[in-house]
Design a protein around this ligand. Structure first.
Ligand code: NAD
Length: 477
């Protein structure tokens, strides 16, 4: 499978090509075409034309039927999608086969159901003293925003791309998507499936390339783009927002995190250790929801640290960092942690496997302790398989520590005290709080972050709200 642009219903590999490297062994797997400004222009224009044509005349029932056909199309090529996601990211096959690709299929089915079942609102209005009946009917319909730019990251490439593309199409928008330059393959397969499903040309377009001063920036600063849905780093979000400001383009942002876990002494400790190991080390920590700060109540602190370190050392069959650059970034934090005075309880280096993976971009699952809250290692997002564990004494202190962060995406609370769970969860400054679990998802629920972790919410009706504009019609009776 060769990564290709898909613009106005046509596949092409125009533009200069850049290499695609395997994170598993560092070898070049292929090349990716870099979209020029002209290609991005063409895609935005094609999207606009689709809205003015057949796509703009579809009703929600037709669009939802198309979404279901896309879901079926991905399912029919399931193994190909899994292979492509594993090749691009190096993630364990099981993860791609149980999370990434099934969730991508689920995204199309969920938004087909949600969009089709969504009622519109009506407000019968009485205005005493008006001429005639003194009555009116207000009803509110939702109109698509228009041409939507979707920019997605490399960590869950197809899952996060479809998480935006599905509701955007369901709501009647035309899409120009740009996946991460690191992971172009499943997006290209998706374009093939969408093409086969019979979407009118231009309703969905795909361009490949880099972000800054390249395809990503051309797209997000394009005057023909009516809205931007972005998932990625907070600094990138800020750069996109600056460009979006020129045209007052609405944005939906899912950004970085430095997610805390609060472990109370009354928690089921085995469960808390297991859950924290999962939330720290899954996909080698390269999920925005992963835990990087753990606060443990003092009576169980030592036991917890040792048990988590044990779990870190026992990690097998884990994937690499996405790129040499990202591996170097994570390792620079391992070094910084030592300079800042951390105790490295487990990991802290580069594993040796004695096979081709030694040429890949692996780092060890790592547990740190002993840093002050002001340490950069405790404040900045690392996006690797690493957490810092610190003790606390009181419930209020735990909440204060959790909230002492520029980020606010997700948090986990481990306790068997029901009242405490309900007391603490709403006080944590985060968009998502899990109690005695992690990453348990219901696609209808709001998903997103506060502070530097994002703007707006995705999921269920929240996505459909972002991707459409309410229009109120008032009819005098
Ligand atoms: P990134 O911000 O470097 O890149 C994301 C996308 O933005 C890529 O497609 C990239 O090409 C594009 N891009 C980069 N600069 C751009 C610019 N100036 N203009 C337009 N587009 C640009 O992020 P990444 O390294 O791919 O992903 C990791 C980051 O994403 C982490 O910070 C992580 O927390 C975050 N993330 C957040 C969520 C969430 O739901 N909140 C989910 C996954 C990842």
């Amino acid at each position: 499978m060769k990564p290709a642009h898909y613009v106005n219903g046509v596949f092409s590999t125009s533009g200069a090509a850049f290499p695609l490297r395997s994170p598993v062994d560092g070898n070049q797997m292929g090349v990716v075409p870099e979209a020029t400004r002209e290609t991005v222009d063409e895609a935005v224009n094609a999207a606009g034309a689709a809205l003015a044509g057949a796509w703009g005349r579809t009703d929600v029932g037709e669009r939802c039927a198309l979404l279901r056909r896309i879901a079926d199309g991905v399912e029919a090529r399931f193994e190909e999608f899994v292979d492509a996601e594993v090749a691009d990211t190096g993630k364990p096959r099981e993860l791609a086969a149980t999370v990434d690709i099934p969730r991508a299929i689920g995204n199309f089915r969920a938004y087909a159901d949600l969009a089709y079942g969504r009622p519109e609102r009506a407000y019968p209005t009485t205005v005493p003293g008006w001429s005639g009946s003194g009555q009116a009917l207000n009803y509110t319909v939702r109109r698509p925003l228009g041409v939507v730019a979707v920019i997605s990251p490399w960590n869950l490439p197809l899952l996060l791309l479809t998480w935006k593309v599905a509701p955007a199409l369901a709501a009647g928008n035309a899409v120009v998507a740009k996946p991460s330059e690191e992971t172009p393959s499943t997006a290209t397969l998706l374009a093939e499936v969408i093409d086969a499903a019979g979407l009118p040309p231009g309703a969905f377009n795909l361009v490949h390339g880099h972000g800054a001063n390249a395809a990503g920036e051309y797209l997000t600063s394009h005057p023909g783009v009516d809205a931007i849905a972005f998932t990625g780093a907070s600094a990138t979000g800020a750069a996109i927002m600056r460009n979006a400001a020129d045209h007052v383009t609405p944005v939906s942002f899912e950004l970085g995190g430095k997610n805390p876990a609060l472990v109370f002494a009354d928690a089921d400790l085995a469960e808390a250790v297991e859950g924290t190991a999962r939330s720290t080390f899954t996909h080698s920590g390269q999920i925005c929801l992963c835990t990087e700060r753990v606060y443990v109540q003092r009576p169980v602190y030592e036991e917890f640290v040792q048990a988590l370190a044990e779990r870190a050392r026992a990690q097998r069959d884990y994937g690499p960092m996405i790129s040499a650059e990202h591996r170097d970034k994570v390792l620079s934090y391992y070094r910084l942690a030592r300079e800042e005075g951390a105790t490295v309880v487990a990991g802290g280096g580069v594993p040796r496997f004695g096979d081709e993976r030694d040429g890949g971009f692996y780092v060890e699952p790592t547990v740190l302790t002993g840093l002050p809250e002001s340490a950069r290692t405790v404040r900045e997002e690392i996006f690797g398989p690493v957490c810092h564990v610190a003790p606390f004494d009181e419930e209020d202190e735990a909440v204060r520590l959790a909230n002492d962060s520029p980020y606010g995406l997700a948090a986990t609370v481990w306790t068997t005290d029901l009242s405490r769970a309900h007391r603490v969860a709403p006080r944590v400054e985060a968009g998502i709080v899990w109690v005695n679990c992690w990453n348990l998802r219901d696609l209808r629920t709001p998903f997103g972050g506060v502070k530097a972790s994002g703007i707006g919410r995705e999921g269920g009706e929240y996505s459909l709200d972002f991707f459409s504009e309410p229009v109120n019609v008032c009819v005098k009776i």
